[in-house]
Structures are given as C-alpha cells and as structure tokens.
Design a protein around this ligand. Sequence first.
Ligand code: AR6
Length: 175
Amino acid sequence: MSDTISHFSVIKGDITQQQTDAIVNAANTTLLGGGGVDGAIHRVAGPQLLEECRGLGGCKTGEAKITKGYLLPARYVIHTPGPIWHDGKKGESALLKSSYENCLALAAEVGCRSVSFPSISTGVYRFPLHQAAKIAVETILQFLNNHSLPQQVYMVCFDGRTQAAYETALQDAGR
Ligand code: AR6
C-alpha cells in the first residue's frame, strides 16, 4: 500500500489550472454545466466544451463520460454526476465510490497517465466531507493498486478545510 500512496497526492489549488492528462468534473446528470467546479471548468474550457456535452445525452449518477479539454491545459475532461446527499440511506456512498471508479476506468481506457479530481459531491450536493474523503481516498488507492494506469492521481482541494479532510483520510488509509 505504501508504494501506491506515492502515486496519490492531495494538493490545494484550482483544478482548471492542472496540467494533468485529464481533469474530472463534478457535473450534474444533464452534463450541460452548472455552478461550482462545473461552472469553472466550462468557463475556462470555452463554449466548445458545452457543444460536445450537448451531444452526450446526459449521464447517470455514478457513471462517467469523457470529452476533450478544449482551452484547458488538460487534454480530457471526465464528467461524473456524484450523488446528491439525502440521508445516507439512498445509496449515496456506493454511488460516490462508483463515480471515482468509473472516472479512473475511463482515464485508463484512453491512456491517461495523470488525473486530477475535485472533491465530488461535497459542495452543492452536501455529501458529508469526511465520509466523502474516506470513500474517495480508499477507492483511488484500491484502483491504483490494481491498474497500471493512471500512474499519478491528484486530489485538488479548493479550500483548506477540504484539503485537511483528504489529508486525514490519506493518513488513515496508510495506517
Ligand atoms: N477547483 C477545484 N475545486 C473546486 C473548484 C475549482 N476551480 N471550484 C469549486 N471547487 P461543487 P458537487 C470545489 O458544488 O457538490 C454544480 O452546479 C468545491 O469547493 O462544485 O458535486 C454541478 O452542475 C467543493 O469542494 O460540486 C452540479 O449541479 C467541490 O469542488 C452540482 O454543482 C465540489 O463542489 C454538483 O455538486
């Protein structure tokens, strides 16, 4: 596990500026844009991203679809609608895990060596941060352990509270 951990980093930053092969978008099921990280990604990528997204016919919660990155430094954007948090009894945890897994599988399929994730579902979708961080970290480390691609995964946190939660989850996973 310790070797796998060296392929995963928690950083603070803006995902739209990451120079990884792919960045992940915490989208909604329409894939037609929104606020938060979704809005930021569309703003930087430019209108061609929305054009390509229009042709995708939406995406189910927990699944993922890929587009080009257009004006972003990243070559690809992998869009996944994470679960909206209700009470924790509507399959939210399994859906969040599946969002991370499906994004990683798509990245591997197109040959991405590096991928950046935002903290899926912990903004507008209100998934409890520490619970989401544990699921994200465990799912990413498990995938890295079992696949040769991607080689490097970054969790790009927009604020200090989010970064602290993912760092704690990473430390717990290494114990
Ligand atoms: N870089 C990295 N992280 C960011 C950035 C950025 N530029 N901007 C925001 N975040 P959210 P969700 C963080 O609400 O909860 C949209 O309207 C943010 O601080 O963007 O999955 C979609 O269209 C938080 O930690 O995504 C959906 O309707 C994290 O990204 C809905 O929001 C996720 O917050 C999805 O909600």
